[in-house]
Design a protein around this ligand. Structure first.
Ligand SMILES: [Zn+2]
Length: 395
């Protein structure tokens, strides 16, 4: 039997349904007009006006007159309110970090950036925490979530391992600004894939496989706008599938990991070079001289094959509608298209070769993880609870 409390919660949820739908449209298409939103949501002009007025009163959106087409009715453009909620997003990478602030349309604006003086976790976290606190002081209670994309394996919202940063389990709690403001932490490749599926090149596709190569390979499967990340959130570690050489031991502790045959370490091995200290830079330098040096071109071809062969296995297993490639995966394919294509076709099951999913370059490039961090933060803010909290703060 429903308790009175759950009845009131249900009434509240119904009350927020229209406003949330309007805010979601603003997020889906920054700069959208009220008339377009009304049309898409099937709202009468009166309801659309009423809902946007209410959202304006709550400092959730602002309206500015739209340049109307000759025969169109006058309408307004919906934009985030200048005093409305914001989220702080952090992108913590191998060499550097970036902090951004995003309003409700989900467009992050970079506030501060820095390079790691040392990769010692204490130094890195302290440097970022100072910036996050500064941004929190500047925006005060408008900050409704802090969201971190990190080049690390994340389990139950905690960093458990990062080969790229050389970290074991590390506590990021110092980045929290207030007990009432959630700190959200996600793997960078997972968040980049989420961003591609929600607002990037794969927007609108129901099942998206994202693959990115930096040092090793990461990615995610996104189904209906949510990453499939397992029971504890640590799923999607595609780089540690045994698509590699069983004689090679991976820093993760396993043998035969795919990671070792797709990046700068693989190119160096094929060329007989020692393992590079910075495999990302090594790979970029090799890609730059591939056209002039046949041996380098061959090594890149073998590496592109290693990537595409594993990708074929993932496509067989997961049946994505679209595959998006980020980071060095794009460059490897571009530099060795014949090898990539042959290895992909060779690894696909026969029935799939007739109608393989499109494999497209990511649209958000190096900003994917940052955008993904904003996506999960706004998913948290733009809920019945999130809006009720915001209303309570303002009363
Ligand atoms: Zn591994």
């Amino acid at each position: 039997m429903a308790s009175p409390r759950s009845r009131s919660a249900r009434a509240r949820d119904v009350r927020w349904r229209g406003p949330l739908a309007v805010l979601d449209e603003m997020r889906r298409e920054p700069g959208v007009t009220r008339a377009a939103v009304a049309r898409r949501l099937g709202l009468s002009t009166g309801s659309a006006t009423e809902i946007t007025a209410r959202l304006r009163d709550l400092s959730l959106l602002a309206e500015t007159p739209a340049a109307t087409a000759a025969r169109g009715r006058p309408t307004t453009v919906l934009t985030p309110h200048p005093d409305g909620p914001v989220v702080i997003a952090v992108d913590l990478r191998q060499e550097d970090w970036r902090c951004a602030v995003a309003p409700l349309d989900g467009r992050p604006e970079i506030a501060e950036t820095g390079t790691h003086r040392s990769r010692d976790p204490e130094h890195v976290i302290d440097a970022v925490a100072q910036v996050v606190r500064r941004l929190h002081r500047r925006h005060g209670e408008r900050v409704r979530a802090v969201s971190v994309a990190i080049a690390a394996t994340v389990q139950r919202g905690r960093v458990v391992q990062s080969a790229v940063l050389g970290w074991d389990a590390v506590d990021l709690a110092a980045l929290a600004v207030d007990p009432r403001v959630p700190l959200l932490i996600g793997n960078d490749a997972t968040l980049a894939g989420l961003a591609e599926a929600r607002q990037g090149v794969a927007a609108g596709a129901t099942t998206v496989l994202h693959i990115t190569v930096e040092v090793g390979v990461g990615g995610t499967l996104v189904v209906d706008g949510r990453p499939v990340d397992g029971a504890t959130g640590a799923g999607g570690e595609f780089g540690h599938l045994p698509f590699g050489d069983p004689d090679l031991r991976c820093p993760c502790g396993a043998r035969g990991c795919w990671d070792l045959v797709v990046d700068g370490r693989a190119i160096a091995r094929h060329l007989g070079d020692p393992p590079p200290r910075d495999p990302r830079t090594y790979a970029e330098q090799a890609l730059a001289r591939a056209s002039a040096d046949p041996a380098v071109r061959t090594a890149i071809g073998r590496t592109a094959s290693g990537l595409a062969g594993g990708l074929a296995g993932l496509i067989n297993a997961m049946d994505p509608a679209v595959v998006t490639l980020g980071g060095l995966a794009e460059s490897l394919r571009a530099a060795a298209e014949p090898e990539f294509t042959a290895a992909l076709a060779g690894g696909l099951m026969r029935f799939r070769r007739l109608d393989p999913p499109p494999v497209v370059d990511a649209a958000l490039g190096g900003d994917g993880a940052l955008h993904g961090a904003v996506v999960i933060a706004l998913d948290h803010v733009l809920t019945e609870d999130g809006l009720a909290t915001w209303m309570a703060l303002r009363s």
